[in-house]
Write a protein of this length. Structure first.
Length: 260
């Protein structure tokens, strides 16, 4: 056996050993930008001995259930107010370890060009989960379309509407189904990831758009017992790298905003 062959064999053996010893981290996401960003994060973690397995979920409920039960090691799909609400309502021992990106929510319409053009009695669809529905109501209130009880903040609900001059019919629909419902209503508040999947432009198409500044920056969540583990530090460092920030800016062109 030549020295060259021996060295090549040794290198191959080390590669197999590294692959075999890689730590698999399962992270739950919703389809679209969250999944795309983590696909870009994945190769940055490989040299650290971490094999990132990205698992997509079609709703906002299951990823926290799966994380709490141990089916996932982490998830990246929700903003802090939503996580806080889930922890309060369901008693999950999970918490955020890093901020990720912000998706300013928008109100879309196939029937009017401006929110002020909504007719009396127009039907407006909002997400049926408490925090995302609340942020659309806050958006409408900030624009003067409705008024809410003082101080309701991110917990706003339909029951908190105190004035509705146009008698808008506000209906709650599963967030993932809102793009399909858009043709049947006068306007709909749609999360950026679902808007993009439906071919909507989250920067140009909304007739009303949330400010990028606010409490709705998304987070990476893990079980409380895992928050200090080395793989968490490596995941956050890779996500917060210059490479990923550049990826976000070039890929999403303002529809998704990096928090770091």
């Amino acid at each position: 056996m030549t020295l060259k062959t021996l060295v090549a064999g040794l290198a191959l053996g080390l590669a197999f050993t590294a692959a075999a010893s890689a730590e698999t981290i399962k992270i739950g996401v919703t389809p679209g930008p969250h999944a795309q960003i983590l696909e870009a994060v994945k190769p940055l973690l490989a040299p650290k001995g971490i094999d990132l397995e990205i698992i997509e979920f079609s709703d906002y409920i299951v990823p926290n259930e799966a994380l709490s039960s141990g089916e996932l090691n982490a998830n990246s799909f929700q903003h802090q107010p939503y996580l806080d609400n889930q922890v309060k309502d369901r008693g999950y021992k999970i918490e955020s370890v890093a901020t990720t990106v912000n998706f300013p929510i928008g109100v879309y319409s196939n029937k009017v060009k401006k929110i002020a053009d909504l007719a009396d009695g127009a039907e407006v669809a909002i997400p049926n989960d408490p925090t995302n529905g609340g942020r659309v109501l806050l958006l409408l209130a900030d624009d003067g379309v409705i008024k809410l009880k003082d101080g309701v903040g991110t917990t706003a609900s339909i029951a908190d509407i105190t004035e509705n001059p146009k008698n808008l019919k506000i209906v709650e629909i599963d967030a993932a189904q809102l793009p399909r419902a858009l043709p049947d209503v006068d306007a709909a508040g749609i999360n950026t990831n679902y808007a993009e999947q439906a071919g909507l432009d989250p920067v140009k198409d909304p007739i009303l758009r949330e400010s990028p500044k606010g409490p709705y920056v998304n987070v990476i969540a893990v079980r409380s017992e895992d928050k200090d583990k080395p793989w968490v530090k490596e995941l956050v460092a890779a996500y917060h790298s210059a490479e990923i920030k550049d990826f976000v800016e070039k890929t999403f062109k303002g529809s998704v905003l990096a928090s770091w």
